[in-house]
Write a protein that binds this ligand. Structure first.
Ligand code: XMP
Ligand code: MG
Length: 171
């Protein structure tokens, strides 16, 4: 069994979520149309949603399911198993678990713009900057992480460890 080394505690995640909500609510003071990426972003998104609701912001949301990973390796080719609801004319906030090469988010951003989204902004819990292959930056970043395979708080390794309350890495 893999050994998981702690990286970001539950407490630090909660504190950072509150800070991100301050930034996001400044840019989207009345309503937000969020698109979160299944499956990894589900816990981060629901924590963000609850904090944003405290600011009286109307939040509509829809999920997309994308995959490019097999085990610990990106295949580089993104497939979309579930598409978002109508995004025409909307200002979108994508909520993602991690940006690694950037290929997934670049694909999603272009896809949403092609479907008529007015603007697309990105919020990611984690950013593995060193591994970027395409020039894409998130507007809101929780934490930068080193080039390790991270799990927990929604992120998995072959379907396991999503249920950890913190983020760790596989040693
Ligand atoms: P790209 O390379 O397209 O990858 O930016 C983004 C997607 O890959 C997954 N990913 C990870 N999942 N631990 C994970 O559990 C990791 O360290 C990791 N790095 C990338 C993730 O699903 C993300 O949406
Ligand atoms: Mg993902």
């Amino acid at each position: 069994m893999a050994k998981i080394m702690p990286l970001i505690s539950r407490k630090r995640i909660s504190a950072r979520v509150s800070e991100l909500v301050k930034e996001i609510s400044h840019d989207f003071p009345k309503h937000i149309f969020c698109i979160f990426v299944l499956t990894g972003a589900v816990i981060f998104f629901s924590d963000l949603l609850r904090e944003l609701k405290k600011k009286n912001i109307e939040i509509r949301f829809s999920a997309v399911k994308l995959s490019s990973y097999k085990g610990k390796k990106s295949s580089g080719k993104v497939t979309m198993a579930l598409d978002a609801d109508d995004v025409k004319g909307k200002d979108i906030l994508i909520v993602e678990d991690i940006i690694d090469t950037g290929i997934t988010l670049e694909f999603l951003r272009k896809h949403l713009l092609k479907k008529g989204a007015r603007t697309v902004r990105i919020c990611t819990l984690l950013d593995k900057k060193e591994r970027r292959k395409v020039a894409i930056e998130a507007d809101y970043v929780g934490f930068s992480v080193p080039d390790k395979f991270v799990v927990g708080y929604g992120l998995d390794y072959n379907g396991r460890y999503r249920d950890l309350d913190h983020v760790g890495y596989i040693q």
